[in-house]
Design a binder for this molecule. Structure first.
Ligand code: NIG
Ligand code: FE
Length: 414
């Protein structure tokens, strides 16, 4: 099957094959071709270039019979679909009661301390059937797919029991097999201390290491392992125990760190060669220093800052220090009930002062890197998956972030 998209006003986000992530000043550049075409063959980007190269003698391309499908983009932009490298979209029900509690003055930590928050979601999820959980998750997957996400990472961590965590990961596996987008799964047993272990945190960590990780690995249910290394959740030492156990099973870390406090989680992530360290609402220069020269992608979640009224990550300082930054949605019922990557891009610009180019790169190639798929997604590159957004008739890339709530997608090609 060969698809041609022609008369593209601007084909945006072109990168050479060897570029897996962008760092420092590179983040400010987005290459594009004006008045372009794009050919997708059997789902893979086959060729692209200027219209005049496709029809050097002014041939009427709409009459060509070389392509099964021809899309006249009529002056619209084409860009790669977003990658969302950090989500918790496998959950049951919602938590608007806590939303109201927060409006009335309780903090995220206070709600968690009262046994609400993640534990509330866990109580409900443990009572939810696998089929219902699958349906609820798929509904969210379809929602984000329609909003332009082409690859998503989904975490477990809303059961906190052995059986429940396996149930979540089996659901995520089923989603992988049936979703209209690419999925990576992460085991997050250390999202909070399970009800049965409250007050016995070290025993819960041991349960994760000795029971959960081997069971998850035996069924090949996770690509990555995550720990919520933060104040009131898991300590640096406990995080290290979990990551070193995970490493025995080949589970690469992606860490929650520095959301509630400067937790030391970034340094632990770097030590264990994490693919990404995520949140980073609170960081000192030491965290920035610790990431230099590493394989770990700093990932910020402005949707959580927005929803919980927390500081935004210091993305600009990371970039100034020569580092790469990824942005992700953190879509979850407690701290970021939105998986709209366009809104994430807009927050990156409006609140974190990223240029539209930096925010775009953070939501595409760098987010792809942060979930281990930058060989397949995140840019317009020959050989990568032909997953692209054809926009409405908008003037520029900047307009996507600027006009942040007017629908901008006319069609998504997968
Ligand atoms: O990434 N910080 C920990 N986990 C989620 C929130 C989960 C929840 O409140 O349900 C987050 O923000
Ligand atoms: Fe999260």
């Amino acid at each position: 099957m060969k698809t041609l998209i022609y008369n593209i006003k601007e084909l945006i986000g072109i990168l050479p094959k060897e570029v897996q992530r962008l760092e420092g000043e590179q983040m400010g550049g987005v290459s594009s071709i004006k008045n372009a075409y794009l050919i997708i063959k059997d789902g893979i980007i086959d060729a692209f270039g200027k219209m005049e190269e496709l029809a050097p003698n002014g041939e009427n391309i709409s009459l060509s019979d070389e392509f099964e499908k021809k899309i006249d983009a009529e002056g619209r932009l084409v860009l790669p679909t977003f990658c969302d490298s950090h989500t918790h979209i496998c959950y049951s029900g919602t938590r608007e009661n806590e939303f109201v509690d927060k409006i009335n003055g309780l903090s995220y930590e206070e709600i968690a301390k009262r046994g609400g928050g993640i534990l509330n979601s866990a109580d409900l999820l443990n009572k939810t059937s696998e089929d219902s959980l699958y349906e609820q998750t798929m509904e969210r997957v379809k929602e984000i797919a329609a909003k332009g996400t082409g690859a998503v990472e989904i975490k477990s961590g809303y059961a906190l029991t052995l059986e429940g965590e396996l149930k979540m990961l089996r659901v995520i596996k089923r989603v992988k097999e049936t979703a209209p987008l690419f999925v990576k799964s992460t085991f997050l047993g250390a999202h909070a201390v399970g009800r049965a272990f409250v007050g016995k945190q070290d025993e819960y960590v041991e349960h994760i290491c000795k029971e959960m990780i081997p069971a998850v690995a035996a069924e090949h249910l996770a690509d990555y392992i995550d720990v919520f290394c933060d104040k009131g959740f898991f300590t640096q030492k406990q995080t290290e125990e979990i990551l070193s156990e995970g490493a025995k099973y080949g589970l690469v870390p992606k860490i929650h760190a520095n959301e509630l406090d400067v937790s030391g989680g970034v340094q632990v992530g770097v030590k264990y060669k994490a693919l990404s360290v995520d949140h980073l609402e609170r960081t000192t220069d030491a965290e920035i220093e610790s990431l230099k020269g590493t394989i770990t992608m700093a990932t910020m979640l402005p949707g959580a800052s927005f929803f919980l009224g927390m500081p935004y990550g210091r993305a600009k300082d990371y970039i100034k220090a020569g580092l790469g930054v990824a942005l992700a949605s953190d879509y979850n019922p407690g701290s970021s009930p939105s998986g709209d990557m366009r809104f994430v891009m807009a927050l990156g610009c409006i609140k974190m002062k990223l240029t539209p180019e930096e925010a775009f790169n953070a939501c595409t190639i760098n987010a792809a890197y942060a979930m281990g798929v930058s060989n397949l997604y995140g840019s317009i590159t020959e050989g990568k998956r032909g997953n692209v957004i054809i926009t409405e008739k908008i003037p520029s890339l900047a307009h996507i972030a600027y006009y942040h709530h007017t629908p901008f997608i006319s069609q998504i090609i997968r």
